[in-house]
Design a protein around this ligand. Structure first.
Ligand code: MN
Length: 240
């Protein structure tokens, strides 16, 4: 029981009271709930870059990768952890006044964390070229040609104020391009991101200024199609 003591005085009081009167089913249930909550609280962590900070130069500078990963991505991880902590405290205290804002913070920071993680992985120092194998076949099937897909993806990347994503839509069972504002606006429910391109200004402005098109071209010099293929295979395993 003592291991379940939380940060707030309220939770300590509940836990100690639960120990003293553990034979009371109601208090015992609360004690169990507290333990359960403590045990399942996830502490999200910033994953290290899968390569050195300067590995994607000249497409993306060491400076941008350092700021982008260490400051921006870390901020989303911190924001997600803080929002989850607020939600847990609110449930514990039965006060849900700040819960709607915390739920919004979970989707904003959660999507920020997940998409940045994929973004780092779907680039590589030896990247570039065109997709091969099953993903290449599916792009041709669903978009008519690689050029047709790329033109559409680049249009999404030029227009979005967040992300361009190649996703697998498990309902229609097809690939789609989507343009996302911020991290979570414009998402297609249930779809799984296969390839992510961050077009927030923090992603390119230091290197390219307002010339987002050059940054998009540079992304294709380091795109890691092997990672995209891996994500696509997960979709096939789950949905087809
Ligand atoms: Mn970003």
């Amino acid at each position: 029981m003592l291991v379940s003591i939380g940060k707030s005085h309220d939770r300590i009081a509940v836990s100690l009271f639960g120990v003293i009167t553990f034979h009371s089913s109601k208090l015992n249930r609360r004690g169990t709930d507290t333990e359960h909550e403590t045990n399942t609280m996830t502490d999200h962590e910033l994953p290290p870059l899968p390569y050195d900070y300067d590995a994607l130069e000249p497409s993306i500078s060491e400076q941008v990768m350092t700021w982008h990963h260490d400051t921006h991505h870390q901020g989303y991880v911190n924001g997600l952890n803080a929002a989850e902590e607020t939600l847990a405290e609110n449930r514990e205290e039965g006060d849900f006044s700040t819960t709607p804002g915390a739920i919004s913070n979970v989707t904003h920071n959660g999507c920020g964390h997940y998409l940045h993680t994929l973004f780092w992985e779907n680039m590589a120092p030896d990247g570039g070229g065109e997709p091969e194998g099953d993903l290449a076949d599916r792009i041709e099937e669903d978009f008519g040609s690689y050029e047709g897909w790329k033109g559409e993806f680049e249009a999404a990347a030029g227009a979005a104020s967040g992300w361009a994503l190649l996703v697998y839509d498990p309902v229609a069972k097809q690939l789609r391009n989507v343009a996302v504002d911020k991290h979570d606006q414009g998402a297609l429910w249930g779809s799984h991101p296969v390839l992510a391109l961050d077009v927030w200004e923090h992603s390119y402005y230091y290197d390219y200024g307002p010339d987002r098109g050059s940054f998009i071209d540079a992304f294709f010099d380091v795109v890691n199609w092997e990672k995209a293929e891996e994500e696509y295979q997960k979709c096939l395993d789950h949905f087809e």
